[in-house]
Design a protein around this ligand. Structure first.
Ligand code: UGA
Length: 417
């Protein structure tokens, strides 16, 4: 099939994986610089496998990039709208980009082209704009893998010919394909993210309780996760969820409910617990340190495996510490460039995990990069002024750091902090 993809963000670029299924893809964006970059083989986001995918796609002739929408839509079987839906001040999704893209596509497309919205949009949008809903559940850092091997594919349409074409497009994907109404499909996306966010806030609250009663959240999470009805995933206590999706989508879902006079109090609690989780961690640091102290920070990305710092707990915590009179020295293996656009004091950035800890009063671990576990902690202890670690991700919890001379504080490890 010939597929047009409008928007070259995470979701749009992940759609290039359709070339692995033998489809022809044309990606369109209004940003001429981005298209020029992609044409030169430069990839604007860090995503494992994407670079090879784009190189293979271009050399096989199945993948191309353009700013010319009319050209891109010629002979297209399906057109995916993958533009951003950033939050408005009231938390609802800003549909400007989706509506503009839909308007242009409708004006230029051939009568047989099926228009599909992959962007996360409020319930009712696809029916109103005359598009099929086909939400994406991919995770940053695993986008290509998730795209090619999804747990399920959700198609929201009442139109028989659209249903037939999309089932044909996804025929070689080995997973359940669920066809439902556009409203159910749109709500599925929010419900999935809302549920995962709920799991995270729940385990974080259990972790906070563990700190009060002297229990260990790692043991509790493992034990409840072995119940097949609960499952082991998304039970890592820490600093709460960040990134470009959960914070935005939970607030948008709450707003959608409110606009239908439905008081979604559970979700409100999830959102508020998430905010408090960061504040609670900062309070732990404040309790044991003083303004003027120098703190090392390991990790700036919103999670490991990405250079994305959007809604990153680490960035918010760094700002809080700086505003409170602390000196910080930060290091992240991948997210330094992105962080420099938000944290304007260049002096805080250092080029290795070991450089960050030299002479500091405490080390804060804010992103769960696995390589931080491999650092020589005897050298870390010798370098630090005070051998004290606050681990916001419980990344180092099993390394017996107390035995190696550290004061070690995690999240919910039963340390009555
Ligand atoms: C999330 C969803 O997992 C995807 O399915 C969805 O498609 C995507 O949002 C989206 O809507 O586009 P992503 O934002 O890449 O994907 O990140 P996750 O891996 O889900 O992590 C989100 C946040 O939760 C991170 O800050 C992570 O550190 C945190 N988290 C995750 C925890 O604190 N504990 C956990 O157990 C799991």
């Amino acid at each position: 099939m010939k597929i047009t993809v409008v928007g070259t963000g995470y979701v749009g670029l992940a759609c290039t994986a359709f070339v692995r299924k033998g489809h022809e893809i044309v990606c369109v964006d209004i940003d001429a610089n981005k298209i020029a970059m992609l044409e030169r083989g430069e990839i604007p986001i860090l995503e494992p496998g994407l670079s090879d995918l784009i190189a293979d796609g271009r050399s096989s002739g199945l993948l191309s990039f353009t700013t010319n929408l009319a050209e891109a839509l010629k002979g297209a079987d399906v057109c995916f709208i993958c533009v951003g839906t950033p939050p408005l001040p009231d938390g609802s999704a800003d549909l400007r980009f989706v509506e503009t893209a839909m308007g242009s596509v409708k004006a230029l497309k051939e009568s047989t082209t099926i228009v599909v919205i992959k962007s996360t949009v409020p319930v009712g949008t696809c029916a109103r704009l005359g598009a099929v809903s086909n939400p994406e559940f991919l995770r940053e850092g695993r986008a290509i893998e998730d795209f090619l091997h999804p747990d399920r594919i959700v198609i929201g349409t009442d139109d028989e010919s659209a249903k037939k074409k999309l089932l044909e497009l996804y025929a070689s994907f080995d997973c359940p394909k669920l066809v439902m109404s556009p409203a159910s499909s749109e709500l599925t996306k929010y419900a999935a993210n809302g549920f995962l966010a709920t799991k995270i806030s729940f385990i974080n609250e259990i972790a906070n309780l563990c700190d009060c009663v002297g229990a260990n959240v790692l043991d509790v999470a493992q034990a409840i996760g072995l119940d097949s009805r609960i499952g082991p995933h998304f039970l890592h206590a820490g600093l709460g969820y960040g990134g470009s999706c959960f914070p935005k989508d939970t607030v948008a879902l709450h707003q959608i409910a409110g606009s239908h006079d439905h008081d979604f109090r559970l979700l409100e609690a999830v959102i508020s617990a998430n905010k408090q989780q960061r504040a609670r961690f900062v309070q732990k640091v404040f309790k044991r340190t003083s303004p003027g102290d120098v703190l090392a920070v390991w990790g700036l990305a919103f999670k490991a495996g990405t250079d994305d710092v959007r809604e990153s707990a680490a960035i918010e915590i760094v700002h809080r510490l700086m505003q409170s009179g602390y000196k910080v020295r930060v290091f992240d293996p991948m997210a330094m460039e992105g962080a420099k656009k938000i944290v304007h004091d260049r002096d805080v950035f250092v080029s290795s995990a070991l450089m960050a800890v030299n002479g500091v009063d405490a080390l804060l671990v804010l992103t769960e990069w696995p390589e931080f576990r491999d650092v020589d902690f005897d050298e870390v202890r010798r370098s630090m002024k005070q051998p004290r670690i606050f681990d916001g991700r419980n990344l180092l919890a099993d390394l017996a750091l107390e035995k190696r001379g550290f004061e070690y504080v995690g999240v919910g490890l039963g340390q009555r902090v």
